[in-house]
Unconditional design. Structure first.
Length: 132
């Protein structure tokens, strides 16, 4: 049974090319609506200092932010196992949303449920199905 949602940051929740509003407010609103039943976290390759600058905009609705600089490469299944252990969950209790097929393959190898981000409506539809 799914317990949490784990999101990539760049090109999923944050689009630096959108200068006026780089945060993906539609997906963040989805997270907010489901936060009481399914806590959400961010796992990103962004530098820890950048994450700390964004923290006030993201926590809440996200419970916490994790950097691969501290956990390990997002291309390595061991990083997802380490993160699941830190969260005191089994990998099968985690849905991972990312735009990178390589990172999703690593997460899948670790036992997480992958969702490939291509657009908000597609991800919201998939997550709604997985969470129901």
């Amino acid at each position: 049974m799914t317990q949490i949602l784990l999101f990539d940051f760049f090109n999923t929740l944050y689009f630096p090319q959108h200068l006026r509003e780089p945060l993906n407010q539609e997906l963040i609103e989805f997270v907010l609506q489901h936060a009481s039943q399914h806590p959400s976290y961010i796992f990103t390759s962004a530098a820890p200092i950048f994450l700390e600058r964004q923290r006030s905009k993201l926590v809440p609705p996200f419970t916490d932010l994790f950097s691969s600089k501290k956990i390990g490469s997002k291309n390595d299944p061991q990083s997802y196992l380490k993160l699941a252990d830190q969260l005191q969950l089994t990998p099968t209790e985690i849905i991972f949303v990312d735009d990178s097929e390589t990172k999703l393959a690593a997460a899948t190898a670790a036992g997480l449920t992958p969702v490939h981000y291509t657009a908000n409506d597609q991800v919201i539809r998939q997550l709604t199905q997985l969470l129901s």
